[in-house]
Design a protein around this ligand. Structure first.
Ligand code: ADP
Length: 486
């Protein structure tokens, strides 16, 4: 047998005492005990009154029978057979309370003290029918006596008293009732206590299951589920718990993926920078070679700066820290500002930036984020525009109460199977095309981190808008964002 240490035993007792199970059973038992006491008390008082009333009534009947058949002589009292029982006591007193004669098994001194008491009672509590009754209590209810006193009439004034007493409860009904009620109540209480513990234990079992499950969930393993089938409140709690775990797992998985993707994205440019510097430092080089190495390093540095900026925006978005203003903003104004800023870049890439129809369309939002949104879309247009006559065009307009902005290009277009993933983080249609085999940026392919469109989507959603892509392979792509116009 395993012997527990006192501290462990104390902890166990303390946990039982503080458990809901224990408190529930205790409250339930206390209420039941109260009900039993009140109920038993009520029954006991009622039955006792009946028993005593019955005894008193039979005494009065005996007294009436005695009144007609009794003879008192100088030798004592002659009681006809069959009226008094062996246990009955009959005493006659004179006016002053002195015992004149007595009958029954009672000592002389006891009969005198009874007579004195009866005389005082009779004087103190005169009743309407001149009959006084009282109860003489002894140690146990079985030996309690009940007495009736009637005045002995001799002329207009009573000449003494007749006191007749008999056991209040000759068959011991009262004590049996008391025993039955007390015993019954105790047994009921014990059964209720045990049953209550069993029931509470059963009811609380799912809570223990939930607690154990919660304990066994590790920091990295959120795959555990309770899968409780019951339809009761605890089943509902377990299902809510499972749903919460599901959400946590998804969020945790997203976070893990995000960190892994971010590190992966940073690793490549860092490797390139390291490679280029090591190669340049290994042996003396010509100025042109140094220039070439430095331009590669700068381009990787630009890429990392853009990536870190995007990551920062996404991290703020995820943490809910990106404070969004709500000011009236003209979308055409945002479009013009972006065109102006990106024209040098477009020119460098041989892309013509076109301003289409740009009527004033006002929405409510944060200008800074809206500029970022249009910048990302136009920047993609410039990056992915292809063919001889490369062109990116911006238009704005309003219809059906909403304001829209289109960014279209005549680039290679996007195949339908890629469209659903376009807004996923770190998603690039042609991963290999963005970087050449040695990891360096491919001069033919635009370098991107795959974060631009997920940022655009978040900005659009934060403004209560929606974004759509229309694309035809070989013909070009149009991104359309729509917001509620004001
Ligand atoms: P990136 O930083 O790589 O541009 P985005 O999230 O902005 O990331 O875009 C995701 C991918 O969608 C890009 O890698 C590119 O393959 C594709 N894409 C985005 N815009 C266009 C476009 N205008 N034309 C063709 N492909 C595009």
């Amino acid at each position: 047998m395993r012997i527990q240490k006192p501290a462990a035993i104390f902890r166990r007792i303390s946990s039982i005492l503080h458990s809901i199970r224990f408190r529930l059973v205790m409250w339930f038992s206390a209420i039941l005990a109260l009900v039993l006491v009140v109920f038993s008390g009520f029954i006991y008082a009622n039955q006792r009154r009946d028993i005593l009333g019955e005894s008193e009534f039979s005494l009065e009947r005996k007294m009436a029978a005695l009144a007609v058949s009794l003879s008192i002589t100088g030798e004592g009292i002659t009681v006809p057979n069959g009226i008094l029982q062996n246990s009955d006591i009959l005493i006659f007193t004179d006016q002053s309370g002195q015992v004149l004669a007595s009958h029954g098994s009672i000592l002389a001194q006891d009969s005198q003290s009874l007579a004195t008491y009866a005389t005082q009672e009779f004087e103190n509590r005169p009743s309407h029918d001149n009959v006084t009754s009282w109860m003489q209590r002894s140690g146990s209810p079985r030996t309690n006596y009940i007495f009736v006193t009637v005045p002995l009439q001799n002329g207009p004034r009573p000449s003494g008293l007749a006191i007749l007493g008999s056991p209040a409860d000759p068959y011991g009904l009262e004590s049996r009732l008391l025993l039955t009620l007390a015993g019954g109540s105790l047994v009921t209480l014990v059964i209720a206590l045990l049953g209550g513990f069993w029931l509470a234990d059963r009811a609380m079992r799912p809570v223990r299951t939930i607690t154990q499950a919660a304990r066994s969930i590790g920091e990295t393993d959120l795959s555990l589920r309770l899968n409780m089938k019951s339809k009761d409140e605890l089943g509902e709690l377990a299902n809510t718990f499972d749903a919460m775990l599901g959400r946590l797992q998804a969020a945790f998985e997203r976070q893990r993926q995000f960190v892994a993707d971010a590190s992966h994205e940073l690793r490549t440019p860092l490797t390139i920078v390291n490679l280029e510097t090591s190669r340049s430092l290994a042996s003396p080089r010509k100025p042109d070679e140094y220039r070439h190495a430095l331009s590669i390093i700068r381009s990787e540095n630009d890429f990392m700066t853009a990536l870190v900026n995007d990551l920062l925006i996404l991290a703020r978005m995820d943490a809910g820290q990106a404070a969004m203003e709500s000011q009236p903003v003209d979308l055409s104004d945002v479009a013009l500002e972006t065109l102006e800023r990106l024209t040098p870049l477009a020119t460098r890439n041989g892309v013509r930036l076109e301003a289409g129809d740009l009527p004033e369309v006002r929405i409510r939002g944060d200008r800074k984020y809206l500029v970022q949104m249009v910048t990302n879309l136009v920047d993609n247009g410039i990056k992915y525009a292809g063919g001889q006559d490369k062109e990116v065009c911006i238009e704005t307009g309003a219809s059906d109460g909403s304001a829209w902005l289109h960014v279209s290009d005549n680039g290679p277009g996007i195949a339908p199977e890629y469209l659903s993933h376009l807004f996923d983080r770190f998603y690039r249609i042609d991963q290999a095309r963005a970087r050449s085999d040695d990891g360096s940026a491919d001069s033919q392919s635009p370098a991107g981190s795959g974060l631009g469109l997920s940022i655009v989507q978040w900005i659009v959603r934060s403004h209560g808008g929606e974004i759509k892509v229309n694309s035809q392979v070989g013909a070009g792509t149009t991104f359309e964002v729509r917001f509620k116009a004001i």
